[in-house]
Design a protein around this ligand. Structure first.
Ligand code: FES
Ligand code: FES
Length: 165
């Protein structure tokens, strides 16, 4: 199969990259651009660990062709922090102990961020629904849900955060 050159906009940075027509966005991110934050779990659209944003919406990068990503704004987990400063959602994951092995964390952050962008103060049911496509084998989900809830409601009483200050 013949390679072609495509242009991608990832985390507001332009990239020109030679790909096969059937290369997935996940393969391009990880193998060609060294953006390895997005994880390959199931590689068939089930686990959510490869979630990125495409024009603000969470998509499975293992099911998205690189060709489909042309002309779209792609955001990956590498686009969250500014230097050493974590985003509010990332910091909330740390404060709430929402990360164990960390494999699901990039996908959870992408799903949580997409939710909070559209609904800054979601209730627990809404958070659980938004994260329902993302599988975590470690945390039991409660801490992840708390982390997203608190990132959306930072003024609320939160014993976890106070313990960490
Ligand atoms: S690796 Fe894409 S959904 Fe599991
Ligand atoms: S923290 Fe290990 S899979 Fe979620």
């Amino acid at each position: 199969m013949k390679k072609i050159e495509i242009d991608l906009n990832i985390n507001e940075t332009p990239y020109g990259v030679r790909v096969l027509p059937n290369d997935t966005l996940l393969e391009i991110l990880r193998d060609k651009l060294d953006l390895t934050g997005s994880k390959e779990g199931c590689d068939e659209g089930v686990c959510g660990s490869c979630t990125v944003h495409m024009d603000g919406k969470p998509v499975r990068s293992c099911l998205t062709l690189g060709l489909e990503a042309q002309g779209k704004k792609i955001k990956t987990v590498e686009g969250f922090a500014h230097g050493d400063e974590l985003s509010d959602l990332q910091q909330s994951f740390v404060d709430h102990g929402a990360v164990q092995c960390g494999f699901c964390t990039p996908g959870m952050l992408m799903a949580g961020d997409a939710l909070l962008t559209n609904n800054p103060r979601p209730d627990e049911k809404t958070i659980r629904r938004a994260l329902s496509g993302n599988i975590c084998r470690c945390t039991g989900y409660a801490k992840i849900v708390e982390a997203v809830a608190h990132a959306g409601n930072p003024q609320d009483h939160c014993p976890d955060c106070q313990n960490n200050k």
